[in-house]
Design a protein around this ligand. Structure first.
Ligand code: ADP
Ligand code: MG
Length: 293
C-alpha cells in the first residue's frame, strides 16, 4: 500500500482553456521525502493545493493510506501544510500556535510549542507578532504551524523562496532534522533543483502540468554536451543505432547499461567529428531544463 497515491489527477481552472495539471500519477511512501521541481507556472502549487484540498481536481483521485482524500471530511488530520500563509499577523507567534491548535481541536499538542519554536529558532521571539517579522521569520512561523501537530505527511510549497542562502541552509537543517527524527513523508516544491538536492531522496519534475519522474535508468546516463548540433543525419543515425539518445540537439545521452564496446564507439564517433564540448552530470542537465526563464 502506498502512503499517498495520486492517480490520473488533472486540474483545469474555471475560465482557463488549458490544464494546469494533466494526468499526474505518482506515489509517495511513508517517510519518503520527494521533491517537486518545475519552473514558475508549471503547476506545482496546483498539485499541492489539490492534495491539500484547497483546490478541487477536475479529474483523477488521491488516496491517502488507501482512502479517497475527498470522500471523508477529516482526511487532512495528519497533514502539515505550508502552502499559503495561515498565521494571523496581528497576534504573537505563541498565540498563533495556541489558536491554531484550538481551531483544529488539537490542544493536546500544546506541549510541543516550546520544542517546535526552538527548532525553528523563534522561541525568543514568541511574544512578537508576525507583522513585524522578516520574511524568513514569517516562513519559519508557517513551518512551525505545519509541524506542531507532528503530522505524518507534510506539504511544503516553495519554502525557500525569499530566503537568503543562510536562511535556506537553516530551513534545510530543520527539515532534515525533522525527517530523520520523525520519519515524516514530505512533498516539497521548488523551482530550483539545487535547493532540494540534499533533502530529497526522489524527484518529480513538472512541466506545463505534466509530471515526469527521473527513472533509475535516466539517472544512470552519461550526457555529452555537443559543441555543435548534429546536423549530419548519417552520424545521428549511427549514434542511434549504437544506443545513444538525444533529448535536445545539443545533448547526446549514453545509457550506461549498453555494451562497453558500443559506448566506446559512440565516444569515438563524437570525438572524430570534434563534437564533444563537455560531459554533464545528470544534475547539470536537469538544471538546464529547470532553471527559471
Ligand atoms: N486560481 C487560478 N485560476 C486560474 N488559473 C490559475 C490559478 N492558479 C494557477 N493558475 C494557472 O495554472 C498554471 C499553473 O500555476 P501554478 O500551479 O501556480 O504553478 P507554479 O506553482 O508551478 O508556479 C499557471 O498557468 C497559472 O496561471
Ligand atoms: Mg507556486
Amino acid at each position: 500500500m502506498a502512503f499517498l497515491e495520486v492517480k490520473h489527477l488533472s486540474k483545469k481552472y474555471a475560465g482557463n482553456d488549458f490544464y494546469s495539471l494533466k494526468d499526474a500519477s505518482f506515489t509517495i511512501d511513508q517517510g519518503e521525502i520527494v521533491g517537486l521541481v518545475g519552473k514558475n507556472g508549471s503547476g506545482k502549487s496546483t498539485l499541492l493545493k489539490c492534495i491539500a484540498k484547497s483546490q478541487f481536481p477536475t479529474q483523477g483521485e488521491i488516496l491517502f493510506q488507501d482512502q479517497n482524500l475527498y470522500a471523508e471530511e477529516d482526511m487532512l488530520e495528519d497533514f502539515g501544510i505550508m502552502i499559503d500563509p495561515v498565521f494571523f499577523p496581528q497576534i504573537s507567534v505563541l498565540e498563533n500556535l495556541q489558536l491554531f491548535l484550538k481551531i483544529h481541536q488539537k490542544e493536546h499538542y500544546s506541549n510541543n510549542i516550546k520544542s517546535i519554536l526552538e527548532l525553528v529558532g523563534l522561541w525568543d521571539a514568541r511574544y512578537r507578532k508576525p507583522k513585524d517579522f522578516s520574511f524568513g521569520m514569517k516562513q519559519r512561523t508557517a513551518l512551525a504551524l505545519a509541524l506542531i501537530t507532528e503530522p505524518s505527511f507534510i506539504l511544503l510549497d516553495e519554502p525557500f523562496v525569499g530566503l537568503d542562502p543562510i536562511g535556506v541552509q537553516h530551513l534545510l537543517q530543520i527539515l532534515k532534522n525533522w525527517a530523520q527524527t520523525k520519519k515524516t513523508a514530505m512533498l516539497v516544491s521548488s523551482h530550483q533543483l539545487s535547493e532540494l538536492e540534499e533533502l530529497c531522496q526522489r524527484f518529480l519534475f513538472i512541466d506545463r502540468g505534466q509530471i515526469s519522474e527521473a527513472t533509475p535508468a535516466e539517472q544512470k546516463t552519461i550526457l555529452i554536451e555537443l559543441a555543435l548540433p548534429i546536423q549530419e543525419t548519417e552520424l545521428a543515425q549511427q549514434l542511434a543505432n549504437l544506443g545513444a539518445r538525444s533529448s535536445s540537439d545539443q545533448i547526446v545521452e549514453i545509457p550506461t547499461d549498453i555494451l562497453l564496446s558500443e559506448r566506446n564507439q559512440i565516444f569515438q564517433l563524437l570525438a572524430q567529428a570534434k563534437l564533444i564540448k563537455g560531459v554533464l552530470s545528470k544534475r547539470d542537465h536537469l538544471e538546464t531544463l529547470f532553471v527559471e526563464d
